[in-house]
Design a protein around this ligand. Structure first.
Ligand code: SAH
Length: 281
């Protein structure tokens, strides 16, 4: 008997495509590109994402709750869920969808403006338009054990890129200094409504809680300066920026002979720390 009840519940909960469309209609929402509103409509993917969380999941913060495709599974898995949703109408729809759960708080606000608080995990099907800002925000205040984030593949590739490769850039440097980045799995674009132009990838970030000598803003600015000339040889780039005299003799010649996009995150950090200590940046 309980088995049949479970099956019925599973069917109702999992018919995400139908639920998504009917909630959008009921709340008069036309999915907004600007807000990255592409809703997950395959509950197996939602379940798979939530299963990557430890069984110790006490508190979880979801960014961009949407119509609750992930929120429902989070609510079953974790003791307490806070789901952030910027769109007022969606936050109302989300409330309706989660009505049966008393362990979920839905907050209608902009994630980029909110103050982060300690949680076990962060989970998000990340709105494309805020991907970079979201990652940088998490890097600056890593108040969580790990973050499971679904990004468009192109963006995920930038997080995973190794030095010397095409996708390697400022973002890769920054993220790899702050997190251990792990690729989890690929998600076909057909699993979303409306169907986006590209596939997605689920990534896990483990905060490294590094203790840098250089303030983040200076590190960020220095990295963006040198990456504006990514194909040039470092020595020439530093010379043009007036930085070479500060680091000459301190960094090995083979580092100076590399092109900017071949430098490892660690090499860039060391350079920035030297420059900071000498008051150059
Ligand atoms: N988690 C849902 C929805 C993903 S779509 C699912 O997987 O189906 C991304 C959601 O993030 C949208 O609901 C969008 O309205 C919301 N969003 C976009 N920008 C946001 C921001 N700055 N802060 C909070 N939510 C945001």
């Amino acid at each position: 008997m309980t088995y049949i009840v479970e099956l019925v519940i599973l069917f109702v909960v999992c018919d995400l495509h139908r639920i998504t469309k009917s909630l959008l209609k009921k709340y008069g929402v036309r999915p907004s590109r600007r807000l990255g509103q592409t809703f997950l409509v395959n509950c197996n993917i939602a379940r798979r994402i939530v299963n990557t969380l430890g069984l110790d999941c006490d508190t979880v913060l979801e960014i961009g709750g949407g119509l609750g495709a992930l929120t429902i599974f989070l609510a079953r898995h974790c003791r307490y869920v806070v789901s952030i949703e910027i769109d007022k109408r969606l936050s109302l729809a989300l409330r309706e969808r989660l009505a049966g759960f008393d362990n979920v708080d839905i907050v209608c606000t902009d994630f980029l403006l909110m103050r982060l608080f300690p949680v076990d995990y962060i989970v998000s099907n990340v709105p494309y338009s805020i991907s970079s800002q979201l990652v940088l925000k998490l890097a600056k205040k890593p108040t969580f054990k790990s973050a499971i984030l679904m990004f468009q593949v192109e963006f995920a590739k930038r997080l995973l890129a190794k030095p010397g490769t095409e996708n390697y850039g400022r973002l890769s440097v920054f993220v790899n200094l702050f997190f251990k980045v792990e690729k989890l799995f690929w998600v076909n674009k057909k699993n979303f409504y409306p169907v986006p132009e590209v596939d997605s990838m689920v990534i896990r970030l483990f905060p490294l809680n590094p203790d840098f000598k250089v303030p983040l803003n200076n590190l960020e600015r220095f990295t963006s300066y040198i990456f504006s000339q990514r194909r040039r040889v470092l020595k020439g780039v530093l010379k043009r920026l007036g930085y070479l005299e500060y680091v000459y003799g301190l960094v090995p010649e083979y580092t100076l002979a590399k092109r900017v996009f071949q430098l490892s995150p660690q090499e860039i950090l060391v350079l920035a720390e030297y420059l900071w200590e000498r008051g150059a940046i």
